[in-house]
Ligand binder design. Structure first.
Ligand SMILES: Cc1cc2nc3c(=O)[nH]c(=O)nc-3n(C[C@H](O)[C@H](O)[C@H](O)COP(=O)(O)O)c2cc1C
Length: 413
């Protein structure tokens, strides 16, 4: 009988404890293990810093556990297991801060040691949280509100009257980590400092020891993400600047090198660069491998001002331009007029003979190395070499890379 009374008392105390801890209408804690955080991302730190902005309008799309886990890790994740050091610094490594996550599913507390979430309330409290934050809509509409809480008492053991200040500094570190991580996850966020401390504590059922310090609303922004926007702008800039550009490909009237013409041409056209083939005959001409291409203008008729890029294609026939007064003059004009000037395989010798490679880093088919050096070039032997607006290629195998280098040089102008 006495044993039964003791058992009943223990059960009653336990039940009272559970009620006090989790409130009414709430089930016991559910533990959610989070996946390992990723340690690489699509943005540099500098890009994340440059793109961070407070965003207050979110779509109603929720976050998945991988995203929540990553945000939790950014705020308080353990990065040095032996001593338990974390992503954010802490005065005396005391770690007095705790992160709560309010989502559509309820309220969860982050456990950095297990990298897991523990359910505290199984109800959506974001509306009530918004009311406690002076009715701020982002708090109600965000997929997730991260509440940074801290215990001044824990710091006060060591830091006494500095404890309050240190706690706020720690909240700042954590918030910044989380906001930058959100950018890197293509999510938007805003930090909320304006709220009623007592109300937030009560809505979240915080223990007396923990003070809510900051709320970070995170979600999908309405409209394009900052990363999508930046990528799109970059792409548009690239296509725009490559658009309306013209390149003339100068080939030998016989025995031009097929891949060097066709792959270079393909790369240029992929980037919307208009191409024209020039030679000493306007006719269908044959490459070393038997492929045919039609030259539609004469080298004699080339007006350098009409083009953004002048390209000498190689192949054994290209030697016909080595001493061509017209070809050498075109190369010189191209350099003077700051056009993209390119040559591949044996054709860099045209540039060397025109005197435009003096002091320039260049490459070519190996047979031409001596001629380039003699003309003052720094011969690198690379597949493709670029020095300012002069691009040289070593031969057929480097043709695609050569074409890309020309395209990029045109896009940058
Ligand atoms: C301590 C602090 C408290 C803030 N509180 C709120 C807030 O309650 N509500 C809000 O919409 N923004 C809040 N903000 C966000 C600022 O309004 C925002 O950082 C500022 O307008 C600059 O814009 P940016 O973050 O895009 O650079 C807070 C920012 C800080 C640093």
């Amino acid at each position: 009988m006495k044993r039964l009374t003791i058992l009943v008392i223990i059960l009653a105390v336990f039940a009272a404890f559970c009620l006090g801890q989790y409130g009414s209408g709430v089930s016991p804690p559910k533990i959610i293990r989070l996946s390992e955080p990723r340690l690489t991302g699509p943005l540099s730190l500098e890009q994340a810093l440059a793109r961070r902005r407070s965003v207050r309008r979110f779509t109603n799309r929720g976050l998945d556990l991988t995203q929540i886990g990553q945000l939790a890790w950014a705020g308080q994740g353990i990065t040095e297991k032996q001593r338990g050091f974390r992503t954010a610094p802490s005065a005396g490594a005391i770690y007095p801060m705790k992160l709560y996550f309010a989502t559509g599913e309820g309220l969860f507390i982050y456990n950095p040691y297990k990298h897991s979430l523990e359910a505290i309330i199984n109800q959506d409290i974001r509306g009530r949280l918004a009311a406690a934050a002076l009715g701020q809509r982002p708090v109600a509409n965000a997929a997730c509100d991260i509440i940074i809480t801290g215990s001044e008492r824990k710091l006060a053991y060591k830091y006494r009257n500095k404890a309050g200040r240190y706690m706020l500094l720690e909240a700042g570190h954590i918030a910044q980590n989380i906001q930058l991580q959100a950018v890197s996850l293509e999510l938007a966020s805003v930090t909320i400092g304006a709220f009623n401390v007592m109300s937030v504590s009560s809505v979240c059922g915080l223990p007396a020891d923990l003070e809510p310090l900051y709320i970070i609303c995170v979600g999908y922004p309405t409209g394009q993400t900052t990363i999508e926007k930046a990528e799109k702008e970059k792409e548009t800039r690239k296509t725009d600047s490559a658009k309306a550009k013209r390149a003339v490909l100068i080939i030998a009237s016989g025995n031009f090198r097929d891949e060097e013409l066709f792959e270079t041409k393909r790369e240029l056209e992929k980037a919307n660069v208009e191409t024209v083939i020039a030679s000493t005959k306007t006719a269908v001409l044959k490459g070393m491998l038997g492929n045919r291409a039609e030259a539609t203008i004469l080298v004699n008729d080339i007006t350098v001002d009409d083009y953004d890029a002048i390209i000498f294609i190689g192949g054994s026939g290209a030697s016909q331009y080595f001493d061509s007064r017209v070809a050498l003059d075109i190369a010189r004009q191209a350099k003077d007029k700051q056009k993209v000037l390119a040559a591949i395989c044996i054709a860099p010798t045209v540039l060397a003979n025109a005197g435009v490679l003096d002091g320039v880093r260049a490459t070519s088919f190996l047979s031409e190395r001596g001629k380039l050096k003699k003309a003052g070039a720094t011969y690198t032997g690379a597949a493709v070499e670029q020095d300012g607006l002069i691009i040289t290629g070593s031969g057929p195998k480097a043709a695609t890379k050569f074409g890309k280098a020309i395209t990029d040089a045109l896009a940058d102008r």
